[in-house]
Design a protein around this ligand. Structure first.
Ligand code: KIV
Ligand code: ZN
Length: 499
């Protein structure tokens, strides 16, 4: 085994997809899995099969669709979970079961009402049970970040002896300092008998903004697998971002560690995931944010024009960001759109491509230049075909010295309804008009509006969260008209309540 090879374990489809509002259907998950394969990840964690029939099905279908990477399924240290995971992995060319249990005293006492000895026994039992199904078993010591190192070393040693091929040391709560996390991995490397029989993995959360730093500290101290997600998506503040780890290792030549990531696929994959999950990438996000390579200060621009290396540590082309990305206009043909989508990692059926092309032409009529973000939106924008509640027409007026007013016509399962309302702005008025028709109590708890690229002719994306009868529903809308995008997004959420 090459000791300098770092294995990239992508958990976008499991830990990332757990985020409320980011759920993908099986077809979308397959699309992401294929993009991850093209990106060169070693392991795809495809889901938690026992948690839902949808997750089970996704693991099964991804196992069929993907050839080269290992497909991993998560379980608790519970036999039933492991049985179900093994079944879901039946078609995987390389299948891995990822089983585990909490090892910190917080988990042992409060979650399991148990003892360290009992937890150790359960860990060993689960690994042995999983090994009956597959040769590749990864064990996770949940909350390892807050687990006493001596006890953690005993657990790691025992699970390796029981047959674990990979041992995951998660900083589940994102609490560790980089020095502390690095020291933890070093401690395990130095104190666990048989440590060379397994790969030690990092799985860091970003609650204190240290996920990537902790992952790097782990790798520099002996871990050889990094668990990451695209764009750092994940519960709460998210997980370690794949793009950050891959680009750190590519840029720092003094670090001998290398991954298999084809970094030129980073940007297209980032945009695809953001688009499918309806999860905007923060503009100043390292590597993939819209501003990551935008130099606005005159001094920087001058330096970059003279020699890019004065202020740029990464060539944007290395992540697949080419400066000519805004190339499509109303005069671009079908083939140009198809090519651009393929560059961005999206392959569409001819029928779907025709539809996206028509939408593209409509958008190009309203916007001079169509960006990559726009066409990715269009490719994933056909979200309304199964909606019961649809907009027939919408009119909103606003201005200085007048009260904003909106009128709307809705089609609800074939029946027509109309309403009008005033509000403190056209969006507020339009939402109030919808509420007059849809009488059920719905509270708008979140509303985010964001431009896709730049310019007054930009496309805008709207994400909403509504609450109804104690449950949250997420909606997404996209249009060059902010009132239309807002109403599409609101109705997208409303339609989920009905489903
Ligand atoms: O953060 C965590 O501890 C996890 C485990 C289930 C691997 O996601
Ligand atoms: Zn996690």
């Amino acid at each position: 085994m090459d000791r300098n090879r770092v294995y990239i374990f992508d958990t976008t489809l499991r830990d990332g997809e757990q985020v409320p509002g980011c759920q993908l259907n099986t077809v979308e998950k397959i699309q992401v899995a294929k993009a991850l394969e093209a990106l060169g990840v070693d392991v795809i964690e495809a889901g938690f099969p026992v948690s839902s029939p949808g997750d089970f099905n996704s693991v099964r279908e991804i196992s069929k669709a993907v050839t080269w990477p290992t497909i991993c399924a998560l379980t608790r240290a519970v036999e039933k979970d492991i049985d179900v995971a093994a079944d879901a992995l039946k078609y995987a060319k390389h299948g891995r079961i990822h089983t585990g249990i909490g090892t910190s005293d917080y988990h042992i006492r409060y979650k399991f009402n148990s003892t360290r000895e009992e937890i150790l026994e359960r860990a060993v039992k689960a690994v042995k049970y999983a090994r009956k199904y597959v040769d590749d078993v990864e064990f996770y010591a949940e909350d390892a970040g807050r687990t006493d190192n001596e006890y953690l070393a005993r657990v790691v040693e025992a699970v390796i002896k029981a047959g674990a091929t990979v041992v995951n040391i998660p900083d589940t709560t994102g609490y560790c300092l980089p020095e502390e996390f690095g020291a933890k991995i070093k401690y395990l490397m130095e104190h666990v008998d048989g440590i060379d029989n397994a790969i030690i993995s990092t799985h860091c959360h970003n609650d204190l903004g240290m996920a990537t730093a902790n992952t790097m500290a782990g790798l520099l101290n002996g871990a050889r697998q990094a668990e990451v997600t695209i764009n750092g998506v994940g519960e709460r503040a998210g997980n370690t971002s794949l793009e950050e780890v891959a680009m750190i290792l590519k840029s720092h030549n003094e670090i001998p560690l290398k991954t298999n990531i084809n970094t030129t696929r980073i940007y297209p994959t980032s945009r695809m995931v953001s688009n499918l999950m309806n999860m905007p990438v923060q503009p100043n996000k390292a590597i993939v944010g819209k501003n990551a390579f935008a130099h606005s200060s005159g001094i920087h621009q001058d330096g970059v024009l003279k020699n890019a290396q004065t202020y740029e540590i990464i060539d944007p082309k290395d992540i697949g960001l080419d400066e000519n990305s805004i190339v499509l206009t109303a005069r671009s043909g079908h083939a140009a759109l198809k090519y651009r989508l393929e560059v961005l990692g999206v392959k569409l059926s001819d029928e779907k491509l025709d539809k996206v092309y028509q939408d593209f032409l409509r958008l190009a009529d309203k916007k001079k230049e169509i960006s990559d973000e726009d066409i990715l939106m269009l490719a994933g924008a056909d979200r309304t075909h199964d909606h019961h509640v649809k907009v027939d027409w919408l009119q909103a007026t606003s201005g200085i010295g007048m009260k904003p007013v909106a009128s709307i016509g809705l089609d609800i399962s074939g029946e027509k309804f109309e309403a009008a309302a005033t509000g403190n702005g056209p969006v507020d008025a339009a939402i109030k008009a919808v509420r007059q028709i849809i009488k059920r109590p719905v509270t708008l708890t979140e509303f985010t509006i964001q431009g896709v690229s730049k310019g007054s002719d930009d496309t805008c994306k709207v994400h909403v969260q509504v609450e109804s009868e104690g449950r949250s529903y997420y909606g997404f809308g996209i249009n060059t008209d902010i009132v239309t995008a807002s109403i599409e997004s609101y109705l997208d959420a409303i339609n989920k309540i009905r489903n």
